[in-house]
Design a protein. Structure first.
Lengths: 75, 350
């Protein structure tokens, strides 16, 4: 299991979802990916994308300007 | 053992593609969705930049539809490839800068590529939610074979909602799909789709008549044409098409355009461009942030600052203090009198 971070700041949805999707293709089951973004829409879209594609959202952190959404690849 | 046939569906997030997939699922066909992001898709969350839209439901309808259907969704970034579709549409534009027919052909051709790449996993045909006569440009009966032919899909393109009005396709002829259980919808009347949605238990779906592309919007298309005319070339980058959705756009001189934020949300968004563009902001009063697209000469700073001040709280002041920030240079401060409403000419508004 390895940890990765993806910078999706200043991208508007669905670009953070697309970047997440493409990064996850390179990873293995169990790997952890933290996606840092600024579009609040990602808080809805990345979990929706994870649910339909069989990945797990471990949680998210929010501050005034940024969101960090943590995804575990696979179930 | 009988081979299991699978389909890939073009998912826009609207009702038609939702229904088309469910119709095939009812026949036991396994479907995965594909959604193309051109940069002009209304499905993006650009609307969420503005303050008053913050409370609107932030939902990507393509993802929502896939979740309702229980299918995987592949979202594909086609921003670069799409430029050629927009700039050189073989079949021309619709009422605005919308190259709907070429766009449909392009998207189906991308789905054909996807099927070829995934044939080993059993994918061998494509479905869309097209309905004959639903849209004036891309869904006329006479263009249905053009989409199938020019995309390279030919007889592996199945339109479940109007299949009975069209010649049988390979999935029907081969018996993978029962043609009798497909539909014969046609025209702009949405009642049959709404009835079918009810039958399948779909509620809360995206606006049935909603367009999915900013290029069908006159105001947006006008701004795009102005951008090209201002630059003397029909080119664009992702930032350009995003910025066309933000702020009020004024072109006081052919050489530069002003993008002026309308609320704090847009100001925050434009802040991110400070390092790349000249920006202008009133600092003695609350007011918008302005980004200059194009080349502004120092002699025009007062004019531009006067326009920006017109949209701030100091609009009635005798004088306001304005900061002009040029990337790589020291910030300049000038004092100017805001322009009046009449002095901001109507023809400057893009």
């Amino acid at each position: 299991m390895s940890h990765f971070e993806l910078d999706a700041r200043r991208m508007l949805c669905p670009m953070p979802v697309i970047k997440t999707q493409n990064k996850v293709k390179e990873l293995s089951d169990g790997d952890i990916l933290a996606v840092v973004c600024t579009d609040p829409g990602a808080l809805s879209d990345i979990p929706a994308w994870a649910r339909i594609n069989g990945h797990t959202i471990l949680g998210h952190e929010e501050n005034e300007d940024e969101l960090k959404i943590t995804v575990r690849v696979g179930g | 053992m009988t081979k299991k046939h699978k389909a890939v569906a073009l998912i826009s997030g609207g009702l038609d593609s939702l229904l088309a997939v469910r119709v095939l699922q009812e026949q036991g066909i396994e479907v995965e969705g594909i959604n193309f992001y051109t940069g002009f898709c209304v499905e993006g969350h650009t609307h969420a930049i503005r303050n008053h839209d913050k409370d609107k439901q932030k939902r990507n309808n393509a993802l929502w539809a896939a979740e309702q259907l229980g299918i995987k969704l592949h979202i594909v970034d086609v921003i670069e490839e799409y430029k050629d579709v927009l700039l050189n549409p073989k079949h021309g534009y619709g009422a605005n800068m919308n190259p709907c027919l070429d766009c449909k052909i392009f998207m189906v051709s991308k789905a054909v590529e996807w099927v070829k790449e995934n044939r080993k996993d059993g994918f061998d045909f494509i479905i869309t939610g097209e309905v004959i006569g639903q849209r004036p440009m891309s869904q006329r009966k006479e263009v249905m074979p053009i989409v199938a032919g020019e995309s390279g899909a030919d007889d592996i393109l199945l339109r479940p909602l109007c299949a009975k009005n069209l010649p049988a396709t390979k999935p029907e002829l081969e018996g993978w799909v029962d043609r009798e259980k497909l539909y014969d919808f046609h025209g702009r009347n949405r009642k049959p789709q709404m009835a079918l949605a009810k039958e399948f238990g779909f509620t809360d779906y995206a606006s049935p008549a909603g367009g999915c592309c900013f290029l069908t919007d006159k105001n947006y298309s006008d701004k795009l044409v102005d951008l090209w005319e201002g630059r003397g070339t029909r080119e664009y980058e992702m930032d350009d098409i995003m910025l066309l959705k933000v702020g009020r756009h004024l072109r006081p001189k052919p050489e530069f355009k002003m993008i002026i934020s309308r609320d704090a949300g847009e100001s925050k968004y434009l802040e991110g461009y400070r390092k790349q563009f000249v920006t202008i902001q009133v600092v003695s009063h609350n007011g918008p942030l302005c980004m200059i697209d194009g080349k502004i000469e120092a002699e025009d700073y007062e004019l531009a600052a006067g326009v920006v001040a017109r949209y701030g709280q100091g609009r009635d002041a005798e004088e306001v203090k304005v900061e002009i920030s040029v990337p790589g240079e020291e910030v300049q401060t000038i004092n100017i009198k805001p322009l009046t409403t009449e002095q901001v000419l109507e023809e400057w508004h893009v």
